[in-house]
Design a protein around this ligand. Structure first.
Ligand code: HEC
Ligand SMILES: [Cu+2]
Length: 278
């Protein structure tokens, strides 16, 4: 409009300005009505945005509360009202698989039609948990708890990931939620608790383990907790994660105490976490 006016109503063309414009009815009302219209549009947008934001931040009572803990590079879910803990690790799949880097071994299970509250935190660096279809992402900060919530209406599997660059394994920590009906959810809780109790009983029993049993159990523990850094073949990543294959600590019965110490207590200032509390 400005370019059109500059060309067509220029002085050189003999245009004469309308000096009485502001005295006509249009000139009087336009400069009142235009700001009123613009402001009303602004306020309409602001009020619907505010109600959405306050709903996102709502602290209403929830039916299920889950603590979501990010760590390099997996998600741990703790059900606050039930003694259930889920450790979600990347599922190893072939690159040709449609779910490559998008599936986990043990997803978070949630009921549909219930209000679910999430408490987000981290045990090492910044992570960011979220699943676009059901819950907005929110940052996981070490030593700090963030809160968000959801209400899932449709059963199914929902996928998200870590949205904060948290290190070399950032791409390998997908977040997966399996939403089931409330009845199925109750059944799942019963089975899950029974499984956990059995595992705990096995761990504490005075059972004499055969070497093969120990090897099988150790492999499962390694795959779930250590493989991401030390790799399946035990070679680690040179310069970042040391190889356990051929390591003087891991393969030497004289260094047993040192071996146990580094696994239980970790090594401060490195990615090697203390596993003692698990
Ligand atoms: C987040 C990555 C990460 C994970 C997961 C991890 N480690 Fe480590 N680990 C390291 C790093 C880094 C070091 C080297 C620490 C240092 O600088 O001495 C290390 C060192 C070790 C060492 C000493 C090796 C040597 O020769 O000095 C052992 C043994 C070990 N880890 C065992 C384990 C076991 C068992 C697990 C699973 C329960 C595990 N690690 C999980 C990163 C990791
Ligand atoms: Cu992360």
């Amino acid at each position: 409009m400005i370019i059109y006016a500059l060309i067509n109503f220029r002085h050189a063309k003999g245009a004469i300005p309308d000096q009485e414009f502001h005295n006509g009815w249009f000139g009087r009302w336009a400069w009142v009505l235009v700001p009123v219209i613009v402001l009303s549009i602004d306020l309409t947008i602001a009020s619907s945005a505010s109600s959405t934001l306050s709903s996102v931040e709502s602290h209403d009572k929830a039916d299920v509360t889950v603590k979501v803990i990010g760590s390099q590079w997996k998600w741990t879910y703790e059900y606050m009202d039930d003694d259930i803990k889920i450790v979600s690790n990347l599922k190893k799949l072939e690159p040709t698989d449609p779910l490559y880097l998008r599936d986990v071994d043990d997803p978070l299970v949630l009921p549909t039609g219930k209000r679910v509250r999430f408490l987000l935190t981290s045990s090492d660096v910044l992570h960011n948990w979220g699943i676009a279809e059901i819950v907005p992402k929110k940052i996981n900060i070490p030593g700090y708890i963030n809160e968000t919530w959801t209400h899932i209406t449709k059963e199914g599997t929902y996928r998200g990931q870590c949205y904060e660059n948290c290190g070399t394994g950032h791409a390998f920590m997908p977040a997966v939620v399996r939403a089931v009906s409330p009845t199925e959810y109750e059944q799942w809780k019963v089975t899950r608790k029974a499984q956990q109790a059995q595992a705990a009983a096995e761990a504490s029993a005075d059972k004499v383990w055969a070497k093969a049993e120990l090897m099988a159990k150790g492999e499962a523990v390694y795959t779930k907790n250590c493989l991401a850094c030390h790799q399946a073949n035990g070679q680690g990543l040179p310069g970042v994660f040391p190889a356990l294959a051929g390591s003087k600590i891991a393969n030497n019965s004289a260094a047993l105490a040192e071996h146990i110490a580094i696994v239980v207590k970790g090594k401060a200032g490195t990615a090697m976490a203390a596993w003692g509390h698990n």
